[in-house]
Design a protein around this ligand. Structure first.
Ligand SMILES: [Zn+2]
Length: 344
């Protein structure tokens, strides 16, 4: 068992000649893949240079994967959404309060069409090697947490389009209180959004690699966040996904939690013939001692994780979410990447 790929996410890119130096630094840190965190503004405004940046990554021997970062606030990410700015409709709606939420309804055909069109244009015109579906999720409307620490009762999406689709399928009005039909509806429709766009990308070029990265939550008998992609079996079974990935865990969580998530990630990926990927937190927080990074990487390798990812380049240096010692953290992760890829 060995780690086959080591990725780092990268944002704030506009010029290929600037990215050239950053890519060289990534290679020096043992990265073989760069995940471009592309914002909706980048796609709208900087599109010509995305192609040049991908070309530069390839010139340096880096695989280059597109992450539609924060797209419609459907995917995870801090950046703002142009889709929400440009559309006053197609938004998620709180089930309990009926309030419109600041997240696109990804069950709506308008958003699905937009996502497919943007993804295909990046594949066609920019030459990316694949796509990274980054923490897709239903919005979690604000509400009271239960006394046991579980999530509140509210959920999304109960917009007119979701309500119509639910009614057509089940023959009754979508209730305000979540039931098993709603859970099934949300899992099915959430997966359909990513399955359809992935199928369209594979139809264009079957070599495009698709990773689906879901939240690394327990989703056990007692507690699930119901974000729509929490049924890992359903997600990993999708024939258009190549890699099953789970997100970052805070370094302060117990080691047993890291182990549980990694074991489950590898098991589910193997069950459906996918590669497994685990992410390392390379921004915001860092472990009390950097040895924890070494131990975690060793554990992941031993458990059969195929790929590692780190969010983000240079420990988030210069952003609000920088680690306390961003460069130290980035360097230690780089040392680990080189070690597992058997580079000196
Ligand atoms: Zn909806």
């Amino acid at each position: 068992m060995s780690i086959k790929h080591t990725a780092v996410s990268y944002y704030g890119f506009n010029y290929a000649e600037h990215a050239e130096k950053d890519f060289a630094e990534m290679r020096g840190h043992g990265c073989d893949t760069v995940i471009l965190a592309i914002t909706e503004f980048d796609i709208d405004f900087w599109f010509p240079n995305i192609k040049n940046i991908v070309r530069e990554a390839h010139r340096q021997g880096l695989r280059c994967i597109a992450d539609l970062w924060g797209f419609g606030k459907f995917f995870g990410g801090e950046n703002v959404s142009l889709f929400l700015q440009n559309n006053i409709r197609h938004r998620q709606v709180s089930a309990l309060t009926g309030e419109t939420l600041n997240a696109a309804c990804f069950i709506s055909e308008a958003f699905r069409d937009h996502l497919t069109e943007v993804s295909l244009s990046l594949a066609r015109e920019c030459g990316v090697d694949g796509f990274f579906w980054d923490e897709p999720h239903f919005a979690l409307p604000k509400s009271y947490a239960s006394i046991t620490g579980g999530p509140g009762e509210d959920w999304a999406c109960r917009c007119p389009e979701c309500m119509r689709k639910f009614q057509e399928y089940y023959g009754y009005e979508m209730p305000r209180v979540m039931n098993d039909d709603i859970k099934q509806f949300r899992w099915r429709e959430a997966l359909k959004t990513l399955s359809d766009v992935s199928a369209a990308l594979k139809a264009f070029n079957s070599d495009l690699e698709i990773t689906c990265c879901v939240h690394a939550t327990l989703n056990d008998y007692y507690l699930t966040e119901q974000r729509g992609y929490d049924n890992w079996d359903k997600v990993a079974a999708c024939p258009y996904f190549d890699v099953f990935s789970t997100t970052i865990l805070k370094w302060s969580l117990p080691e047993t939690f890291f182990r549980q998530i990694a074991e489950r990630t590898v098991a589910v990926a193997k069950k459906y013939g996918k590669q497994s990927e685990r992410w390392l937190m390379g921004y915001y927080q860092q472990p009390d001692t950097f040895e924890q990074i070494d131990r975690t990487v060793d554990m992941y390798e031993k458990l059969g994780v195929d790929r590692l990812g780190v969010w983000t380049y240079r420990g988030g240096y210069g952003t609000k979410l920088a680690a306390p010692d961003p460069i130290g953290l980035w360097d230690r992760i780089g040392q680990n990447y080189r070690r597992v890829l058997k580079k000196k």
